[in-house]
Design a protein. Structure first.
Ligand code: ZN
Length: 279
């Protein structure tokens, strides 16, 4: 045995001499090994103990539930080793206009961000930006403590049981993530009246999920309407200016500096607030 320093954390530890020749990047633990790989790829390691109880964690869960994807592959035997390896990762893809939030998630929580200027997203060729992590302890924590489905089909998303067990503040952050993911704010100008109008909505493919959202807004005394589109999509919406503003105040009204949110939607909220006259 000889003593060497961990390439990631710098701690001194003992290993068998023959292992030195196997890899230059020898670390004291699996965790340090994963962190080093993340850094080498330009990412920031996620400190699970630090973030798992933070409000931003719940925001991220909301964004993952709507615009994210948790991939858990089939077990494979890797390089003749007896141990099974399972490829897992979490990915959030957004149009490039909203890439600020993904870089902010990388700064505040960790993970890796890649920008694809020319990749098609839906109908538009406006490119997309992807946030990603394959950090096992983080994925484990999410799979154990939430019930966001992996390899998810959006139409059967159902997290009601987990959501109902959250504190009011955790629920709020989760809902902000959901609205940033699947929510929409449309502002239209009325030239003759020289004023603006607006609509807000959330669209999802899961009936369980929309029911959970509607019940949530109801419990916050926010009047919310529901309709089904093409027997495929579920839609909750706020057409009256007052109800829209109440909903947006609830979601964006109390944001502090360290909070995660999509700037583009927050700016629309501010325009609406500046133009709203209570009647
Ligand atoms: Zn280490």
């Amino acid at each position: 045995m000889i003593k060497i320093k961990c390439r990631n954390c710098g701690k001194e530890f003992s290993i068998y001499k023959y292992r030195l020749n196997m890899s230059k990047d020898i670390c004291c633990s699996r965790k340090c090994g994963a962190e080093l790989t993340t850094r080498r790829n330009g990412g920031t390691p996620i400190n699970v103990d630090k973030i798992k109880n933070s409000n931003n964690f719940y925001y991220l869960m909301g964004l993952i539930s709507t615009d994210g994807y948790i991939h858990v592959g089939l077990p494979k035997i890797k390089h003749n080793r007896k141990k099974l390896s399972i490829k897992r990762y979490i990915r959030i893809s957004l149009a490039r206009k909203d890439k600020d939030i993904l870089y902010k998630i990388k700064d505040v929580i960790g993970g890796n961000v890649k920008d694809y200027p020319n990749r098609k997203t839906g109908l538009n060729s406006i490119g997309c930006t992807v946030w990603e992590t394959s950090q096992n302890d983080f994925i484990d924590h999410i799979l154990k403590t939430t019930n966001i489905q992996y390899n998810n089909k959006t139409f059967n998303l159902n997290v009601t049981e987990w959501f109902n067990g959250l504190s009011p503040i955790q629920k709020l952050y989760y809902i902000r993530g959901v609205f940033d993911g699947d929510g929409g704010i449309t502002i239209h100008k009325n030239k003759t009246l020289n004023s603006i109008g607006w609509n807000t909505s959330i669209i999802t493919a899961s009936l369980d999920f929309i029911n959970m959202l509607i019940n949530y807004f109801k419990s916050c005394n926010i009047y919310t309407r529901y309709k089904e589109i093409n027997k495929k999509y579920h839609y909750c919406y706020w057409t009256k200016k007052q109800f829209s503003v109440e909903m947006l105040d609830h979601i964006y009204g109390n944001i502090s500096n360290d909070d995660l949110y999509i700037n583009r939607k927050y700016e629309k909220y501010k325009i609406i607030k500046d133009n709203y006259v209570k009647t």
